[in-house]
Design a protein around this ligand. Sequence first.
Ligand code: ADP
Ligand code: MG
Length: 617
Amino acid sequence: MSTSVETFAELGLSESLLKTLTEIGYETPSPIQAECIPILLDGHDILGMAQTGTGKTAAFALPLMETIDIKLNKPQALILTPTRELAIQVAEALQSYAKNLPGFHVLPIYGGQSYTIQLKQLARGTHVIVGTPGRVMDHLERKTLNLDSLKTLVLDEADEMLRMGFIDDVEWILEHTPEQHQTALFSATMPEQIRRVAQKYLVEPREVKIKAATATVAAIRQVYWQVSGLHKLDALTRILEVEDDFDAAIIFVRTKTATVELADKLNARGYAAAALNGDLNQQMRERVIEQLKSGALDIVIATDVAARGIDVPRISHVVNYDIPYDTEAYVHRIGRTGRAGRTGNAILFVAPREIRMLRTIERATRQPIAPLTLPSRADVTNKRVADFKEKVAEVLNAEGLDFFANIVSQIAEEQNVSAEEVAAALAMMAQEGKPLQIAGEDPPPPRAFDKGDRRPASFGDRERKPRFERDGERGERPRFEDRGERPRREDRPPRPAPAGDMVRYRIDVGREHGVEVRDIVGAIANEAGIESRFIGRIGLYEESSTVELPAGMPKEAANALKRTRIRGVPINLRPDEGRPGGGFGGERKFDGERRFGGGERKFDGDRGGFKKKKFDR
Ligand code: ADP
Ligand code: MG
């Protein structure tokens, strides 16, 4: 792909955005960005195919921000995302790209959030809306969202919206937006229905596809570690310490900032490490590489551009600390090891949401990448002990030990202890700064990707606000729903029963309302912030349906579901009182007044199954 594009400046972005990108440490555009940004800046519609983690957000966000008229306090861009986590994440990304655009406002709107708050925020005005289809549709219907000034419409992760049953809503929205606007549709896959939507609503779209280049990589042992339970930094040091033939490493990260941060942290842990990034001039770069060659440095933390072409035979390891954007970059990166006839090692860190990229890399390189078991504390200790023994053995062969032997016997005599005990004390002293036994716990072993994602059954934290609305809070970005790899709709097995106690609820929508199982799953998943795999069996009947949800639903989730509508019909969710098979006679028992009746107290009690979502790792 256009790997020839090396700077954002070449893409035609404004000075102020270029400045921001430098500030946040984006060094070079990812392939999808390099392709899409000029096309979107030219005003064309786009049909983009690229996987998660390829940098799509900036690919559409940067061009659309160039079109925003800050003085016009109306929504000029609408971005539809399948989940509220994504809506928040994308809104945050835009907010960060708007660092040097004073007065820029982006508003995430999603199901489950209070209408009162949303209405207030909408009334106050915003330039960009990022929302889930259901809620956006709702606001359009209520006329609380006006898209008359819309210039750009983005459908992010369209296949996911289809999978979650939102495609009708999406089409409805497309029908109800003014004709004149630019549309960008992104999808990891291009199922027929998405293609049809694209044909119908996009005007002469340019197609952009980031395809996987194939390549062979010989003589390199490739492994991956699924990021879980331990910080990447801790995992990295454990792994490097235990790797047998470690000599020197290049560690790849995405941003310039990250090269410096990681270098500092590794230095603090006693490694001879330095950053290598595009901020260094040629001379400085060469110096770093010289130092790596000579052994003055053991680790270089680099971005793709900066590391291009490095040829240092002693590099035994390449670590993809951040997963690359595409297979081409992966192949370039790992090509830094296994040089001059030596064998190399490539270690890839993969977050659950990046699993697809891992599989793509495997396909492209036609080589399986084996999972790496994180070394346990005991493994690290054993390695340190072995190294220690080796060092002692070396010294035992050295000259002039007599003087020290004499001291040891003196100590033994004076303290009335054995020479062994004295040796133990000396060994303890010798470990100074780097204990032989490492502290802390071992994380539980990760579960296989294929079994879906790894989070416990959870309803979302309903109080949570997007980060940029919270004051002074710092911390990791909220992590967006970790979706793992999912089978495509057609070959997906029937819904498996989630583990744990389930409660059956009844809702007032059924076949006669044109409702399908996926509508129910989608609405409940979004409105209650519950991941769809924790939604149990669904019974679809004529006038109503039943749905099983984990026991212990928090009140806020229950409240959100009380107000939820599917296909415009209030679902009126409440515990189902028996009658397996959904006896219709009882329907009328549950009138508006009785919503949640005595059931409500149940939700306040044991919240056991409802851990708050974790947004940090
Ligand atoms: P996608 O939407 O394709 O899944 P994102 O837009 O969420 O990918 O980007 C994934 C990560 O890569 C984010 O953390 C983002 O900040 C980072 N990123 C995107 N573009 C760049 C770039 N040009 N340089 C460095 N990091 C980038
Ligand atoms: Mg994205």
